[in-house]
Ligand binder design. Structure first.
Ligand code: ZN
Length: 192
C-alpha cells in the first residue's frame, strides 16, 4: 500500500458558530460560554499559524425570520451590536465571515462553496466545530457537514450549551448519528 502522502492528510477548516454578543453577554446569554472563549482563542491562534482557514458562522437575523423569532424572540439582529462577534474572538483579516439566518451554518449561506475554495481550490475535507450551542446550531451544522461528506471534529471544550445536559446530549448525538470525533482543543492542536 502506498504511503499516505500529504495530499491525503486532513484539510481542516475551523467553524466558529455564533460566538456573538447576544449569545455570550446579551439577550440569549449562555452563562457557560465564558469558559470556552480561551480554548477557542488558543485553537484559532494555532490554526492561523498553520494556515488553516477559519470561518465565523454568525447569526444575522431579519425580523421576518419568524421560525426562530417565535421560539427565541429577536436575537443577533442584522446590524446590531448583538450580532457582532465577541471582542475576545475578533476575526482576523484572513478569516472568513459567513452570516446565517438559521441554525445550520450551511443553510443558504454559501459556506459549502467557500469550503471548496480553500487549500488552493482542493477544498477542506474536515470541519472542526466550535461555538454555541452544542445541541442546536452546532448540531445542525454537523448534520449538513455530514451529508456533504466532511469529516467532523467537535471541540469538546470549545462548544457549549445552556445546560450541562444540553451540552452532553448534543455531543453524544453528533458522535452517534454523524460519526463526529469529539476531542479536546489541546488534542486537536497536536494534530495540526
Ligand atoms: Zn438564530
Amino acid at each position: 500500500m502506498a504511503r499516505q502522502t500529504r495530499a491525503d492528510s486532513p484539510r481542516y477548516a475551523i467553524l466558529v458558530v455564533d460566538m456573538l454578543n447576544d449569545f455570550v453577554h446579551g439577550k440569549l446569554k449562555c452563562a457557560r460560554a465564558s469558559r470556552i472563549i480561551p480554548n477557542i482563542q488558543a485553537l484559532l491562534d494555532a490554526a492561523r499559524k498553520k494556515g488553516i482557514p477559519v470561518f465565523f458562522c454568525s447569526d444575522e437575523h431579519l425580523p421576518i425570520d419568524t421560525y426562530e423569532m417565535k421560539i427565541w424572540g429577536p436575537h443577533a439582529m442584522k446590524g446590531t451590536e448583538g450580532a457582532m462577534v465577541i471582542k475576545e474572538l475578533k476575526p482576523a483579516k484572513e478569516d472568513f465571515v459567513v452570516p446565517k439566518r438559521a441554525y445550520s451554518a450551511f443553510d443558504g449561506t454559501g459556506l459549502d462553496k467557500a469550503l471548496k475554495g480553500v487549500y488552493d481550490g482542493r477544498g477542506a475535507n474536515a470541519v472542526i466545530i466550535t461555538g454555541l450551542h452544542t445541541n442546536i446550531c452546532d448540531r445542525h451544522t454537523a448534520y449538513d457537514a455530514f451529508v456533504r461528506g466532511f469529516e467532523i471534529i467537535v471541540a469538546e471544550d470549545g462548544v457549549d450549551a445552556l445546560t450541562e445536559e444540553d451540552h452532553v446530549s448534543g455531543l453524544q448525538y453528533m458522535k452517534q448519528v454523524y460519526g463526529a470525533k469529539v476531542k479536546k482543543v489541546s488534542e486537536i492542536i497536536k494534530n495540526f
